[in-house]
Write a protein that binds this ligand. Structure first.
Ligand code: NAD
Ligand code: WQD
Length: 340
């Protein structure tokens, strides 16, 4: 298939691009580099042996997006492009709503006009809000979220569902990711957050490599086995494989809307993740326990049965794989991607 990948220079997008090329797809990236470094493109080329074509623009620009679709044929779009920091979305809600919704409107409008039938969308477990109990199932309703970022995912899901149900031949796959971590086993591409990482895994990795003094564990008085929160961490390589499985499934089926969780179905606590990372590095990663972080759920994990039964996809990588691969990436690239 000829696949346009929006946000293909980002963390999950870059891993998915590498797998798409390996699977024989013809891939084109569009990315504004709002949250990516251009040097990732050299790494993608080294891993794939191909200079993946790149369009460098902001897809909220409808004219440029329309022009791209008028100039090249596509069979499918995987839409990763978006802003993703929960905390930042509280400070800049309008920026989040504009970017994360306008990008979808712009893409879907161009896809409809040019008869591109398949859209895979990056949603998030955040749409399960704070009222569902794990394991989270795709049929949980109503979806809702507790941050502007999360609400952009909820709204996007509604928009895409309405458009797919109302338009002949336009199909969407909504993929709800749990907690993506890890890196390509080569250590050449990985998660490279700008500024202080919000997420657990990149924070631990930056402590281990000496960029930060210690991890602060956000609370150890939760009603869990060791008192720290449990999450469903999923290796980014498994996640990327889930996108390819979804793409193949959609191309072969006529169902307008499909929603699949991409998770492992298992919870891992903050302290368990820290121990696994220490094993990967071969020494203790320093930490201190701090207060709870507002908004954190004690435990979240997926029911991954639907993706297993329909897509034949299951996550296969272990927590140790996630830590070993993250450490390979972080130790080879202590400051992340180079600027040039
Ligand atoms: P990322 O920031 O690394 O990648 C997103 C990419 O999109 C970046 O390269 C950025 O430059 C680009 N981009 C942003 N807005 C754009 C625009 N308007 N036009 C063109 N390019 C634009 O993030 P990621 O972790 O790879 O996440 C990819 C998607 O998955 C996002 O939609 C995110 O919300 C979603 N998601 C991520 C996680 C996670 O924890 N990483 C979890 C659930 C869902
Ligand atoms: C995991 C656990 C923290 C940092 C977020 C988004 C979610 C999705 C994935 C996009 C929690 C603890 C963390 C630290 C810590 N993203 N922690 N010290 O909050 O489950 O999910 O990313 O859609 O929408 O909310 O992930 O990695 O931030 O936290 O103790 O310095 O690690 O309290 O228990 P979260 P996370």
């Amino acid at each position: 298939m000829r696949v346009l990948v929006s946000g293909g220079a980002g963390y999950i997008g870059s891993h998915t691009v590498v797998q798409l090329v390996a699977a024989g797809h013809d891939v084109v990236i569009v990315d504004s580099f709002a949250n990516a470094k251009p040097t990732v493109m050299n790494r993608i080329e080294a891993l794939t042996g191909t200079a993946v074509p790149l369009h460098s623009f902001d897809i909220t620009d409808r004219d440029k997006t329309e022009h791209l679709f008028a100039s090249e044929p596509f069979d499918a779009v995987i839409h990763f492009a978006g802003l993703k920091a929960v905390g930042e979305s509280m400070d800049k809600p309008l920026e989040y709503y504009e970017n994360n919704l306008d990008s979808t409107f712009s893409l879907v409008r161009a896809m409809r006009r040019h008869g591109v039938p398949n859209l895979v969308f990056s949603s998030s477990a955040t749409v399960y809000g704070d009222r569902s109990e794990p394991p989270y199932r795709e049929d949980f309703e109503p979806i809702e979220a507790t941050s502007p970022y999360g609400r952009t995912k909820v709204f996007n899901e509604h928009v895409l569902r309405d458009v797919a149900v109302g338009s002949d031949g336009f199909k969407v796959a909504i993929l709800r990711y749990f907690n993506p971590v890890g890196a390509h086993p080569s250590g050449m591409i990985g998660d490279d957050p700008s500024g202080i990482p919000n997420n657990l895994m990149p924070f631990i990795a930056q402590v281990a490599v000496g960029r930060r003094d210690r991890l602060t564990v956000h609370g150890d008085d939760y009603p869990t086995a060791d008192g720290t929160c449990e999450r469903d961490y999923i290796h980014v390589e498994d996640l990327a494989a889930g996108h390819i499985a979804a793409l193949h499934w959609m191309a072969a089926h006529d169902r307008p809307v499909s929603t699949w969780n991409l998770g492992t179905g298992k919870g891992t606590s903050v302290l368990e993740m820290l121990s696994a990372f220490s094993r990967a590095v071969g020494r203790e990663v320093p930490y201190a326990v701090g207060p709870r972080r507002p908004g954190d759920q004690p435990r979240t994990w997926a029911d991954p049965a639907l993706a297993r039964d329909e897509l034949g996809w299951t996550a296969v990588k272990t927590v140790d794989d996630m830590c070993v691969d993250t450490w390979r990436w972080q130790s080879a690239n202590p400051q992340g991607y180079p600027d040039a």
